[in-house]
Design a protein around this ligand. Sequence first.
Ligand code: ZN
Length: 101
Amino acid sequence: MKKYLTKMHRNEASTIFNARTRMTKVKSNYKNMFKNNSSCRACGKTEESHDHVLSGCQIIPNDNSNKVASNEFFEDDPDELKTVAFKIHPAPKESIHFVSQ
Ligand SMILES: [Zn+2]
């Protein structure tokens, strides 16, 4: 088992796992559900893709400290990964990019 999985909370590990496998809950990963409306829910300017949501969108997160580079979630240090997981999921009310199930 990967070291990070044993040192993180289940939801943090799952966030990192989803990011690494590009299964984040963005519209482009749920094409059938958003066939007619795949534009970003924050800026509306471009497709709501994994990369757009994590680092490309100019609206959300609007604080640069919350932007996540695609290499950040491949860190091996569990403490670093916790920070990254928090940046991806800052708080439930702010995660409007993520499709609730
Ligand atoms: Zn956007």
